[in-house]
Design a protein around this ligand. Structure first.
Ligand code: 5AD
Length: 432
């Protein structure tokens, strides 16, 4: 039985007047053909017994290689995928209908994503992940971006309820790298390790004003041909403009949550509106937008998370950055719990379904902190981006937004080696 609902191209192996025989991984199926130009050896999609589209050879071969694994597994799973047409829509087939919609590049609604998010049986989750992986491969092939991040200061003027470097954590030793230290780190990242894209990050109002930040950006850009992202929080619209003019081309700023009440609750004295104003203005200026939210904030609902994904897309995100909330002992939310790994990976998979063709979907350090296998699992569920920490080791431990951060003690060379060997084992190519 063939899961015809999924858009797997079949190879034309026989033509008998109006009927063609299509072969899928060795199995044959007849379909009514109204395409005059179809010949033996061509590939085509069939739906509901009709040939619906002829597929160029190269495209068909790509799709078939991506589908091979899932195809045979689907056959083994008793999902009744093919025994009754999905469009008849029994309760059981809703999942496959939605995944089907996704593989055919149709828009999914908020209800669709919520339904998928709330599936908890291992088979459904597996299918979701495989579909996301399929879409990633179909549209973006095997490329994976690898960016570096330098955390230039842990000084912060905000008091976010979840964050370990929040203002009210008086026990934390604070640091601010000098311009010379920043330049030395950039030099090492670019010249020794070959990074082509770097993020500079700090707490908000770290003691560097916007002119000083612009000077740092300008100095880096004058020396190195790299894509430079900035992540200094809400530096004002004029600040964004200044840094853009200095040469910054990406903004990493999560909106954290799209729920305005929840946002206000965990960010005392701040508004979601102001955050979004920054993100929207940055896009207008021409910045690449890297944004997303925290998963598992106390009081956050599944609907909130789905809204977060849609908001990320509405903000024209180049990169989706979604990671788990991890309780930090010195914060107001110390007694709350981190979400489990599957919940987070589901969100990554849903991001792929929502924005299949372009999105860079990041495996965050947060996810790596709660799951040792995060990268492999995430990369197999729609994600295609990792970030390595290139902050000098002697400062890295002080950037303690949450405890036990993954890679906190790893030399850059070690991180690179591990990342490349993982990518190689998955047949992925680092594109940066
Ligand atoms: N758990 C997970 N992520 C956190 N961040 C800050 N504190 C935590 C925490 N406790 C994230 C925020 C911020 C990014 C720099 O770090 O989402 O945008």
């Amino acid at each position: 039985m063939l899961p015809m609902c999924y858009a797997i191209p079949g190879k034309v192996v026989a033509i008998d007047q109006k009927f063609v025989t299509l072969e899928y991984y060795g199995q044959q199926k007849k379909a009514l053909n109204e395409f005059k130009q179809l010949s033996i050896g061509d590939y085509a999609y069939a739906q509901g017994g009709y040939v619906v589209e002829k597929i160029p050879l190269q495209e068909a071969e790509n799709i078939l290689s991506a589908w091979k694994e899932i195809f045979f597994e689907l056959q083994n799973l008793d999902l009744e995928l093919s025994s009754k047409p999905l469009r008849e829509g029994s309760g059981d087939s809703k999942l496959t209908k939605l995944l089907d919609k996704a593989t055919q590049d149709k828009e999914l609604s908020k209800e669709d994503l919520l339904y998928l998010f709330e599936q908890n049986d291992p088979t459904s989750i597996e299918l979701l992940f495989k579909t996301a992986n399929f879409l990633r491969h179909k549209h973006l092939d095997n490329s994976c971006c690898v960016h570096g991040i330098i955390e230039i200061s842990n000084i912060c003027a905000r008091d976010c309820a979840y964050c370990g470097i929040a203002l009210s954590n008086k026990e934390l030793k604070r640091y601010r790298m000098t311009k010379e230290e920043i330049m030395a780190s950039v030099e090492e990242a670019v010249n020794v390790h070959g990074f082509k894209a770097l993020v500079l990050q700090s707490g908000e109002h770290s003691g560097y004003d916007n002119d000083q930040l612009a000077d740092i950006v300008r100095t880096i850009k004058a020396k190195y041909d790299i894509l430079l992202f900035v992540s200094f929080g809400e530096i004002g619209l004029d600040g964004l403009k200044k840094l853009y003019e200095a040469g910054a081309r990406g903004l990493l700023m999560r909106f954290e949550t799209s729920n305005p009440e929840l946002y206000a609750r965990v960010h005392p004295g701040c508004t979601l509106e102001s955050r979004l104003e920054h993100l929207r203005y940055a896009y207008e200026l021409g910045y690449l937008i890297l944004t997303g939210g925290l998963i598992g904030l106390p009081g956050q609902t599944p609907q909130d998370i789905i809204d977060d994904l849609f908001l990320t897309r509405d903000l024209h995100a180049e990169m989706y950055s979604f990671g788990p909330f991890i309780p930090h002992p010195k914060t107001k939310l110390s007694a709350d719990k981190a979400p489990d790994e599957l919940t987070v990976i589901k969100v990554l998979a849903l991001a792929r379904l929502l924005d299949p063709k372009q999105a860079k979907i990041l495996i965050t350090t947060g996810l790596e902190t709660i799951s040792l296998e995060a990268r492999r699992k995430g990369l197999m569920a729609g994600a295609n981006s990792v970030m390595l920490n290139v902050t000098p080791l002697y400062y890295r431990g002080l950037y303690s937004i949450y405890p036990g951060r993954a890679h906190e003690k790893e030399e850059i060379a070690v991180q690179i080696e591990e990342t490349l060997s993982l990518l190689r084992s998955l047949d992925r190519a680092p594109t940066d």
